[in-house]
Design a protein around this ligand. Structure first.
Ligand SMILES: *[C@@H]1O[C@H](CO)[C@@H](O)[C@H](O)[C@H]1NC(C)=O
Ligand SMILES: *[C@@H]1O[C@H](CO)[C@@H](O)[C@H](O)[C@H]1NC(C)=O
Ligand SMILES: *[C@@H]1O[C@H](CO)[C@@H](O)[C@H](O)[C@H]1NC(C)=O
Ligand SMILES: *[C@@H]1O[C@H](CO)[C@@H](O)[C@H](O)[C@H]1NC(C)=O
Length: 525
């Protein structure tokens, strides 16, 4: 009896321990599930994976172009041929608009693409900040982002006024000089209630809402300031509807906006992520979604059209918080449309776009041809990582199924093309690889630091047959023609001009590829 009861007792204790362990396990599991809203969205095996040297080097190079483009009084400047410039920008309106970034090879500050640059850079930091950190690029990315958002805060002096441009492009383009030696007038341009600009105001709201998430932990005061501006700007954009291109027709020659509905949805999507306020979700999934979202039709993500970005960003909610949103049909439409975008990109999909070069590069436009493949690859990398992080096994395109790795392969192929794996055997990222553009259409890079030019004296450097004396390091130039040729010529602005928004998307793409981990971070409130 003794022995039997003893063994029975032992078994009893064993049972108690097993039950206790199960109960504790269940509690831990429930807590983890609950907190997974605000921490890691799904089980990710460990911290970021091994660094991929090629993409790490490319990312470190690409990031430097933001430093090349900085206006104002520089802090810790690492570009030897750059210095302070445009210190009086905004003074005509008694504002300090000295910061921000020059748009491209010229010295204009165009608010519409500059805000887009900030939004994409914020998005990149939010998804891949841990991977950027592994190669010391997180802090520089935050600094560059803040260089733009400091400017945007000053450009929004009252609720319904936003300055959207500094400089006169016609005057600016009559000069060829270094930014450090500019003396021309730099007029400012605003949108307001009588001349509205829902597109530019909403994009600026998106930039500030997304940046408010970036700075939430490190600088909560700054983050709240950004969020306040974002909400005000969104209200202004929504209430006083109109395109800035209609209000101020002269902007059409540079960054013509072909509609503001996409920016309103994009801004509301970011505001929902930044605030958790359901009215913003209602905004995108309700009537405005029906009016503007173009559900079912894939589009190209660019400084002008944000729909594909909004679709991918909103899909994030259904990937990581499926239960909370399962009955939201509007949100399902965004996810379905994001899937259609991905199916268009995958080269073996039945619905694959035929807009490609023979070498496999997505190719949509002659001007700045690389903007579309790189932006598309960034979205594909994100979507692949959403699938992997949420353990979603496949994506179906007209009956054919694809894995997350297929999307990542596509993203990687586009990146590899840009970095030199192409018929021209050259890199389009300035400063990266053995062969890269040497005659970049960029005033500062083309003129020796010690030259005295005045407004027009610098044209001799535009016309010079020698390579640029300064490297516009990190610039992503416009890129190849459809027939995969590239003319490395300084006045070839169609192909040889880099821009800050090109930098934003290449930095996004490379940040996703920089380690092997294929996971995104969590950032919703
Ligand atoms: C509103 O903006 C337009 C377009 O930039 C400008 O012409 C007009 O002067 C502005 N209105 C006010 C009151 O400043
Ligand atoms: C700007 O876009 C609008 C709307 O798409 C179009 O009607 C207009 O012709 C464009 N302007 C220029 C200069 O291309
Ligand atoms: C390639 O395309 C460009 C632009 O369409 C054209 O000017 C050039 O002649 C073409 N080159 C060749 C080799 O076909
Ligand atoms: C540069 O290109 C522009 C636009 O095509 C043209 O008007 C200008 O004359 C060219 N300048 C030089 C120096 O070749």
């Amino acid at each position: 009896m003794g022995e039997k009861s003893k063994s029975k007792g032992c078994f009893g204790w064993f049972l108690v321990i097993v039950i206790l362990a199960l109960v504790v396990g269940a509690i831990v599991y429930t807590i983890k599930k609950k907190t997974s809203h605000s921490s890691k969205p799904a089980p990710v095996p460990g911290p970021p994976g091994a660094v991929e040297k090629k993409y790490a080097e490319a990312l470190q190079t690409a990031m430097q172009f933001f430093d090349v483009q900085k206006s104002g009084k520089l802090v810790n400047n690492k570009i030897s041929w750059r210095g302070d410039s445009a210190l009086k920008d905004g003074s005509e309106a008694r504002l300090d608009l000295s910061k921000g970034m020059y748009d491209a090879g010229d010295h204009m500050k165009f608010g519409f693409p500059m805000a887009f640059t900030a939004t994409v850079l914020s998005w990149t930091i939010l998804e891949y900040g841990d991977q950027m950190e592994v190669i010391d690029q997180l802090k520089p990315a935050q600094d560059s982002l803040k260089w733009i958002t400091d400017y945007l805060i000053n450009a929004h002096p009252s609720a319904n006024v936003l300055y959207v441009q500094v400089g006169d492009p016609d005057k600016d383009h009559k000069c060829w000089e270094r930014p450090e030696s500019m003396t021309e007038e730099r007029p400012v341009t605003q949108v307001n209630t009588s001349s509205p600009g829902s597109d530019v105001a909403a994009e600026t709201a998106a930039a500030m809402a997304s940046a408010s998430l970036v700075f939430k932990k490190s600088d909560s005061t700054y983050s709240s300031t950004l969020l306040r501006h974002a909400k005000e700007l969104f209200t202004f954009a929504d209430k006083y509807r109109g395109s800035y291109s209609d209000s101020i027709p002269r902007v059409q020659n540079y960054y013509n906006s072909t509609g503001y509905g996409d920016e309103l949805l994009w801004a509301a999507s970011w505001l929902y992520h930044a605030t958790g306020d359901k009215s913003y979700l209602q905004y995108v999934t309700g009537q405005n979604g029906k009016d503007f979202a173009n559900w079912g039709s894939p589009t190209w993500f660019s400084w002008d059209n944000k729909l594909a970005g909004a679709q991918v960003l909103l899909s994030r909610l259904s990937f990581f918080h499926a239960k909370d949103y399962s009955d939201n049909s509007g949100l399902q439409m965004y996810r379905k449309t994001a899937e259609a975008v991905m199916c268009g990109l995958l080269p073996k999909s039945p619905t694959a776009t035929t807009d490609r070069t023979d070498g496999g590069l997505i190719w949509i436009s002659q001007w700045n041809s690389l903007q579309h493949p790189v932006a598309s690859a960034f979205l594909a990398a994100l979507y692949s990582d959403y699938m992997l992080t949420s353990q979603t096994a496949e994506l179906t395109c007209s009956g054919r199924s694809f894995k997350p790795s297929d999307l990542r392969d596509f993203a990687r192929d586009q990146a590899d093309y840009v970095l030199g794996d192409n018929p021209m055997k050259m890199s389009f990222l300035v400063g990266y690889g053995k062969k890269f553009p040497e005659y970049v259409h960029h005033r500062g890079a083309s003129i020796p630091v010690d030259a005295t030019t005045g407004c027009t004296g610098g044209f001799q450097w535009l016309e010079s047959t020698k390579p640029n004396p300064n490297v516009a390091v990190g610039g992503l130039v416009g890129g190849p023609f459809l027939n995969e040729t590239y003319i490395d010529s300084r006045n070839n602005s169609m192909q040889a001009e880099p821009s800050t928004y090109n930098s934003a998307v290449i930095v996004g793409l490379l940040s996703s590829l920089v380690t092997t981990s294929s996971a995104v971070q969590s950032f919703t409130t």
